[in-house]
Design a protein around this ligand. Structure first.
Ligand SMILES: Nc1ncnc2c1ncn2[C@@H]1O[C@H](COP(=O)(O)OP(=O)(O)OP(=O)(O)O)[C@@H](O)[C@H]1O
Ligand SMILES: [Mg+2]
Length: 460
């Protein structure tokens, strides 16, 4: 049996007046694998715990198979939860750990057949007689999963079950979880802050920020049509390039998106999406270009829909099968605060004073924006000392300022390319931007190009 889980305007506040989950509505279909994705502290575990009945719902309604579930005790919800930290009883063998909930549910019954069947399914028959202390992390997590599966629940709730494991094992178990839940056909709500995990596992991905649902869609849609700049920046590796732009739409000339020192000329006749940008004339916008939307090629090689710019090579990241090239195009990067998890626990020491002020401003803004619209942070200096937060591995926390050590401009555009190019720092390179993959967001961070689905009166 599998079950439908619905949340209608569900809110939760631990401190009066501060909602950590804010009017969340989600309909999860029977058998669906839904991933809750978002940065640390955005309320993912709280949502899961409310569904499990481990946390009271302050406002709103939880429906389990259409029935009111708010006040149902956890034991009557027929839902199994898998936690990040395995949560096994150290003094019990694997067999007893898996069988424990079965013995509680049906005290007289022999749990062995179900435990054995579950162990076979997970390939852990050989581990049943060992204690948790005698198991590796991955094996422990399998036993924990076994304990959830053996109950034959009608839904699984998994709270970052793989985050304590190394990357290889994580990938392996990820594939197993996907296979297993599909075979069992049980509704699964899976929490993670890892967008790659979310994209590879979910039938749909629900992106949360500051307790507010930003978008719920298929992995393909959240990548290709992110509703706002936060979703665009949270999903995809390397992170989408976000540049501050200005719409110029003169009545008698070509429409352009100015990117500081360069511009993107929108080809005539304007497509519908670009026509709709006209109303933004003179306004600042955020231009989003994924690393695959730009290629290294000369103007003469441009295909229809591609427009030229140039870039100065700042940094080259060799990744084996591909290369990520960080260019400086003279544009100003837009910063999306409150983006990355985990939050820095320790403030870096000996930070330059001015840089510190910039960070403080960004942090302050991040706080103010929780659960609110997403904005591009102001570039604090004429030439920009704040980058999108790339380290050489491309993994520095977003919102952190990175200034190149010798004071040069940091790269503002990352382009994915094949390893064939012999690119070196300081080279000027011709680039072609594919406008079919252009995103434009307004100052509130909402996507305006490609145009949102629902634009009444503007479709004709
Ligand atoms: N029992 C509690 N009392 C007070 N505040 C809490 C409690 N549990 C969680 N919070 C707060 O609620 C917010 C959401 O917490 P939650 O654990 O749901 O986040 P999360 O998205 O799961 O984060 P992470 O990815 O770090 O696990 C956080 O700001 C957290 O500090
Ligand atoms: Mg959590």
């Amino acid at each position: 049996m599998t079950r439908a889980i619905s949340l209608h305007d569900v809110s939760k506040a631990y401190t009066r007046g501060v909602r950590v989950v804010d009017r969340l509505s989600l309909d999860i279909a029977p058998g669906e694998f839904l991933v809750l994705l978002g940065p640390s502290g955005c309320g993912k575990s709280t949502v899961l715990r409310m569904i499990a009945g481990l946390e009271d719902i302050d406002e709103g309604v939880l429906l389990l198979d259409g029935g009111h579930g708010n006040d149902l005790p956890p034991s009557e919800r027929d839902i199994a939860m898998v936690f990040q930290n395995f949560a096994l009883y150290p003094s019990m063998t694997g067999r007893d750990n898996i069988g424990f909930p079965l013995r509680i549910e049906a005290p007289g019954a022999d749990p062995r057949p179900r435990v054995d069947a579950t162990a076979r399914m997970l390939g852990i028959e050989d581990l049943l007689d060992r204690f948790p202390g005698q198991l590796s992390g991955g094996e422990r997590q399998r036993v924990a999963m076994g304990r959830a599966i053996a109950r034959h629940p009608s839904a699984f709730l998994m709270d970052e079950p793989l985050s304590n494991l190394d990357a290889k094992l994580r990938n392996h178990l990820r594939a197993e979880i996907s296979k297993l839940t599909r075979e069992l056909g049980v509704t699964t709500v899976y929490v993670t802050h890892d967008q790659a995990e979310a994209m590879s596992l979910g039938d749909r991905v629900a992106v949360l920020r500051g307790g507010v649902l930003q978008q719920v869609d298929t992995p393909r849609s959240v990548y290709a049509l992110p509703r706002n700049v936060f979703v665009a920046a949270f999903i995809g590796t390397p992170r989408i390039n976000l540049l501050r732009g200005l719409v110029r739409a003169p009545l008698d000339g070509a429409m352009t998106l100015s990117l500081g020192k360069q511009f993107l000329r929108l080809p005539e006749p304007l497509c519908l999406d670009h026509q709709l940008l006209r109303v933004q004339q003179g306004r600042e916008v955020i231009v989003g270009l994924r690393s695959e939307a730009v290629r290294i090629a000369s103007r003469a090689e441009a295909r229809p829909g591609e427009v030229p710019i140039t870039g100065l090579v700042e940094h080259v990241e060799f990744q084996g099968h591909e290369v990520l090239v960080h260019f400086n195009t003279g544009s100003r990067p837009a910063v999306v605060p409150d983006l990355e998890a985990p939050r820095p626990a320790v403030r870096p020491v000996r930070r330059r004073r001015r840089e510190g002020r910039v960070l403080d401003r960004l942090r302050g803004r991040a706080g103010a924006l929780r659960a609110g619209p997403v904005l591009a942070a102001d570039d604090p200096e004429p030439h920009g000392s704040v980058s999108r937060g790339f380290s050489s591995q491309g993994s520095a926390p977003q919102g952190a300022a990175v200034t190149s050590p010798d004071g040069r401009l940091p790269g503002d555009l990352v382009v994915r390319t094949t390893p064939d190019f012999d690119l070196r720092h300081g080279m000027h390179v011709p680039l072609l931007v594919d406008l079919a993959h252009l995103f434009v967001f307004d100052q509130h961070g909402d996507r305006i190009c490609p145009a949102p689905d629902r634009l009444p009166d503007l479709e004709e």
